[in-house]
Design a protein around this ligand. Sequence first.
Ligand SMILES: CC(C)(COP(=O)(O)OP(=O)(O)OC[C@H]1O[C@@H](n2cnc3c(N)ncnc32)[C@H](O)[C@@H]1OP(=O)(O)O)[C@@H](O)C(=O)NCCC(=O)NCCS
Length: 179
Amino acid sequence: MSRNAANAHTHPVPQFRQARPEDGAAMWALVKEMGGLELNSAYFYVLFCTDFSDSCVVAEVDGRLAGFVVGHRPPKRPDAIFVWQVGVAPWMRRQGLAGRLLEALLDQQNPPARWLEATVTPDNQPSRSLFRALARNRQTGCEERAFLGADLFPVSHEAEDLFRIGPLTSNSSPEVDPS
Ligand SMILES: CC(C)(COP(=O)(O)OP(=O)(O)OC[C@H]1O[C@@H](n2cnc3c(N)ncnc32)[C@H](O)[C@@H]1OP(=O)(O)O)[C@@H](O)C(=O)NCCC(=O)NCCS
């Protein structure tokens, strides 16, 4: 049994790295299985892991996808990183993984991002706590404001509030393997 496998029974040790095209299918499957996130097409995840891999991070435990973040650098706000989705498998929740994924995402940005942005629905308390915790840990601001109204969506969809965290300064994390 590998050391990681042994650890998995006691204290799982996630490995963080930049996403690769091969990760798209597992992201899609995880979102489909866990619910709570809007399921995009499999094509979306594969394409994001290909063309926007600089702003996508996966966390694995013994080669199994434990969590991921997909984002992009908004062309009109090049100093920001926008988090499209962050998801953690139910078996790895409440262990700080999402916070570490966001830190890994920030650490991977070149040039560094001065702002981290995300939209969150009003009733998603775990997600709201996650972004507030990031701001608190980084000792920086967390602006929260109404952003995308429910009326913008062609199907039933909650409003999305914008969370804007920053300004951010570099805070290097040794965990990301950019290979
Ligand atoms: C939101 C989500 C990513 C959090 O993942 P996680 O790894 O459990 O989060 P962490 O352990 O890093 O916790 C980060 C912060 O959020 C808080 N938090 C996490 N889950 C929470 C919950 N269910 N209720 C309240 N707070 C919660 C933690 O306490 C922590 O804040 P703290 O430092 O002030 O204590 C996870 O619950 C998830 O995948 N949910 C479904 C998908 C989703 O809603 N994604 C976000 C929208 S894109």
